[in-house]
Ligand binder design. Structure first.
Ligand code: HEC
Ligand code: HEC
Ligand code: HEC
Ligand code: HEC
Ligand code: HEC
Ligand code: HEC
Ligand code: HEC
Ligand code: HEC
Ligand code: HEC
Ligand code: HEC
Ligand code: HEC
Length: 482
């Protein structure tokens, strides 16, 4: 059944809709019919044609629209990737290279996959190589260096994040050297890479915690650089790898242990002698204390911590007792605070005449300890006897006059009692660091005098006896020979 017909054929409509009037039996052909003579006018064919034409026109209109869109899309994407693919036309070739300084071949190959997987994978080559945007290829001039900070700075319109304000790098030992034209100093790309930049959270990134020691060591294990620049520590990685922190990070994957940047910072790295450096002596306790919070609390209220606060340069900080790149657990025989090594560690200062004199510290701490039962046993490798730190504490050391001090008279029974169960007040009464004198420590003095005389006497009489015996044997032999 015909449903839609143009208005011009209104009469036909009537007829067509007339069930008993067939086109073949049409009474009078209408004027304007295309085939008046040959073919009798067939309204149904005409209608079908019209319908088809209309459909065609409709389809054509639709397709043109679609084609336009597709063409536009293709055109735009071609424009988008054209510059990257244009660049890659040459630069994806593995063999592409140029002759650099000293005649060395420098590869100009760009690894497409690596670039696509990087944080900048969606960007245009010319977003970074801005000088290349207007170039005719092949290039004539050398490329300008890429400025990462064009985007990675406060308030940039590119949405480029930053870990710290850019001037932190500019103010660092690295940034200053780079600004002075030092080729050895790290630029952004030396720590981050460039076509393969990844977020520090990505385990494949050079700035991922576990990979940082190697990233820094690219230069800091290079003896040409460390010698030329007079860097005080020549092989930090070698030392660090063996430390508790290094073994924890690289061996056990314990990412909470310290890596280079936790102690040194990353964009703001400064030399130890710079007063604003994280590793400048007075700042070291806070640097370590980021992670060792309880230790820092104890240290701060100790005599050493207070001395540091007061600006006393000789006051010990964490690294005086533990080292920095060589830190070991206290239970390791390699540690500077292992029971048999603590004595030497404290004595660096407490046996130093200048320090003793400057701060009015009592002398002979070491000699009196070495002469004691504890000291002798400690010297022979006995770890269970008392050492400086088991009596005085490690981080909470206070003068004996302080009621909170472990060696305050009141607390001694408890301190000695850790190892001498049931130690009475009497047991702990005699002073520990004794250079006995006849007035102060009468008992100890006379006992020592007695023992010394007795032992010397005993040894002399033994020697005398053996001597006399030898002489008499020699004489007897002489007599027998004659
Ligand atoms: C027709 C091939 C070709 C095209 C296309 C091309 N390059 Fe190069 N490109 C080279 C060659 C060859 C060199 C080495 C020039 C030389 O010897 O100094 C080069 C060098 C470079 C360098 C290093 C220059 C230097 O000083 O070390 C950069 C960066 C570079 N191209 C980026 C691009 C970018 C970005 C594009 C796209 C916008 C691009 N190239 C397109 C062939 C090409
Ligand atoms: C995130 C910024 C960035 C993007 C994006 C980028 N590059 Fe680079 N490109 C660099 C840096 C940085 C260098 C090292 C030289 C320098 O410091 O200027 C470099 C170096 C090059 C070199 C010299 C050879 C080399 O490896 O040292 C070529 C060639 C090059 N880029 C081509 C490209 C091409 C092609 C693209 C796009 C596929 C691209 N770059 C995208 C930052 C970028
Ligand atoms: C054209 C602007 C631009 C330039 C130039 C540029 N970046 Fe980026 N960078 C960005 C943007 C935008 C992002 C964020 C990308 C994202 O998160 O998808 C980014 C992300 C990063 C990230 C990861 C940040 C994160 O938190 O995940 C690092 C690292 C980075 N860029 C370093 C660099 C280095 C190094 C250079 C120079 C070799 C450089 N960028 C050059 C725009 C830029
Ligand atoms: C001495 C090495 C070093 C240099 C030089 C350096 N960075 Fe970084 N940067 C790092 C490290 C390491 C981190 C990761 C810090 C962290 O773990 O939070 C980082 C973080 C970043 C981040 C945050 C990205 C992220 O992964 O969250 C951006 C962006 C960044 N740096 C950009 C730059 C730019 C731009 C420059 C040059 C002006 C630069 N860096 C120079 C070592 C460096
Ligand atoms: C591209 C090479 C390079 C990389 C990578 C590098 N450094 Fe350096 N670093 C240097 C140079 C060169 C100096 C000496 C600068 C100068 O002469 O003032 C230096 C100086 C230092 C200093 C101060 C030493 C002094 O002279 O007192 C410290 C600390 C330091 N770097 C730590 C790091 C750490 C931590 C990292 C990794 C996050 C790192 N560096 C990555 C080359 C590098
Ligand atoms: C646990 C903290 C810590 C870690 C981890 C650490 N360092 Fe250090 N580093 C220090 C301290 C503290 C000093 C200062 C020593 C001094 O004053 O003599 C120092 C000194 C340095 C110096 C000499 C700086 C100067 O100005 O004297 C360099 C270079 C250095 N470290 C590089 C590294 C590198 C590279 C790593 C990673 C492999 C690393 N450090 C890991 C704490 C650390
Ligand atoms: C005067 C020397 C001295 C100073 C200063 C010092 N330590 Fe210690 N530290 C020791 C001794 C001795 C031990 C081992 C005895 C013990 O376990 O109490 C020790 C043990 C430790 C331990 C392992 C046991 C524990 O208590 O967790 C850590 C961690 C530690 N120190 C971190 C630090 C940090 C961080 C600082 C700086 C804030 C610091 N130390 C300052 C001497 C010192
Ligand atoms: C980023 C956090 C962090 C920083 C910063 C840090 N440490 Fe640690 N440190 C750790 C972790 C985590 C461990 C435990 C590693 C393990 O158990 O394997 C550790 C272990 C130690 C130990 C051994 C503890 C023991 O069991 O006897 C000592 C000592 C120590 N650190 C001293 C220091 C000193 C000194 C500094 C500063 C120069 C410092 N640490 C900086 C995280 C840190
Ligand atoms: C880097 C040098 C240094 C090291 C190492 C050191 N000390 Fe001290 N110590 C000092 C200085 C300096 C003072 C004086 C502080 C003051 O008078 O303010 C002091 C004070 C003391 C006092 C208080 C003395 C008094 O008469 O008030 C005791 C106790 C003490 N130290 C014990 C130790 C023990 C135990 C160790 C080893 C675990 C140790 N020290 C390691 C430098 C050091
Ligand atoms: C058996 C426990 C014990 C050992 C081990 C020990 N001390 Fe003491 N130390 C004391 C007592 C108790 C006092 C306070 C009374 C005195 O002077 O005899 C003291 C006093 C001191 C003082 C004087 C400041 C004050 O608090 O009165 C210093 C400094 C000191 N010791 C350092 C050391 C050093 C360094 C070592 C290791 C070589 C060491 N001590 C080993 C128990 C000990
Ligand atoms: C870290 C453990 C420890 C601490 C703390 C300690 N001692 Fe000892 N001391 C020993 C050991 C182990 C011996 C070896 C003999 C033994 O097992 O009794 C010993 C032996 C002695 C001896 C000689 C042998 C004897 O038994 O008569 C005297 C005296 C002594 N200690 C006094 C003290 C006094 C006083 C203090 C406190 C100021 C003290 N000790 C703190 C572990 C300790």
């Amino acid at each position: 059944m015909i449903e839609r017909i143009p208005a011009a054929g209104a009469s036909f409509v009537m007829r067509a809709r007339h069930p008993d009037v067939t086109p073949a039996r049409h009474p009078e052909p209408v004027e304007g019919c295309r085939h008046p003579s040959a073919a009798p006018f067939d309204p149904s064919t005409e209608l079908r044609m019209l319908k088809m034409r209309l459909r065609l026109a409709y389809m054509l209109q639709q397709t043109t629209f679609l084609i336009a869109i597709v063409v536009l899309l293709i055109a735009s994407s071609a424009a988008f990737s054209a510059s990257n693919s244009e660049c890659l036309m040459c630069h994806s070739a593995r063999g592409l290279s140029k002759t650099g300084k000293e005649g060395r071949q420098v590869s100009l190959h760009v690894n497409q996959t690596q670039f696509r997987d990087s944080v900048h994978g969606g960007r245009l080559c010319v977003d970074c190589h801005i000088d290349m945007a207007e170039q005719k290829f092949p290039h004539k001039t050398a490329a300008e260096p890429v400025m990462c900070s064009r985007c990675h700075q406060m308030g940039n319109s590119e949405g480029a994040p930053q870990a710290s304000p850019i001037d932190e790098y500019q103010d660092s030992v690295h940034g200053k050297a780079a600004a002075a034209g030092d080729f050895d100093a790290p630029r952004c790309k030396d720590c981050h890479g460039y076509h393969d930049v990844r977020s520090h959270k990505d385990p494949k990134s050079r700035t991922f915690r576990a990979n940082i020691p190697k990233t820094c060591a690219a230069c800091h294990s290079d003896s040409r650089i460390t010698t030329k620049h007079n860097i005080p520590v020549k092989q930090p990685l070698k030392l660090y790898e063996k430390s508790i922190h290094g073994r924890a990070v690289t061996g056990q994957g314990l990412l909470s242990a310290a890596v280079c940047i936790d102690c040194h910072g990353f964009h703001g790295i400064k030399a130890a002698k710079d007063p604003s450096s994280t590793i400048n002596r007075p700042h070291i306790p806070e640097t370590c204390g980021q992670c060792h919070k309880k230790v820092l609390e104890d240290y701060k209220i100790s005599i050493h911590g207070e001395a540091r606060q007061a600006g006393i340069k000789d006051a010990p900080v964490c690294t005086d007792c533990h080292g920095e790149h060589t830190i070991q657990p206290a239970s390791s025989p390699d540690s500077s605070v292992y029971p048999t090594h603590v004595v030497a560690t404290c004595s660096k200062c407490h046996e130093d005449a200048r320090i003793e004199k400057t701060y009015g510290l009592p002398a002979n701490r070491l000699s009196t300890y070495i002469g004691s039962y504890h000291g002798i046993a400690n010297k022979y490798g006995e770890t269970t006897v008392a050492n400086c730190a088991t009596c005085h504490g490690a981080h909470d050391i206070l003068p004996s006059s302080n009621p909170r001090s472990l060696v305050n008279k009141k607390n001694l029974p408890q301190t000695c009692g850790k190892c001498h169960p049931g130690a009475s007040v009497n047991f702990a009464k005699g002073s520990v660091h004794v250079t006995p004198s006849p007035e102060k420590d009468k008992g100890v003095y006379w006992v020592r005098v007695f023992y010394t005389t007795f032992i010397i006497g005993l040894i002399s009489s033994f020697a005398g006896y053996i001597g006399l015996d030898l002489i008499s044997r020699w004489r007897r032999r002489g007599r027998q020979e004659h």
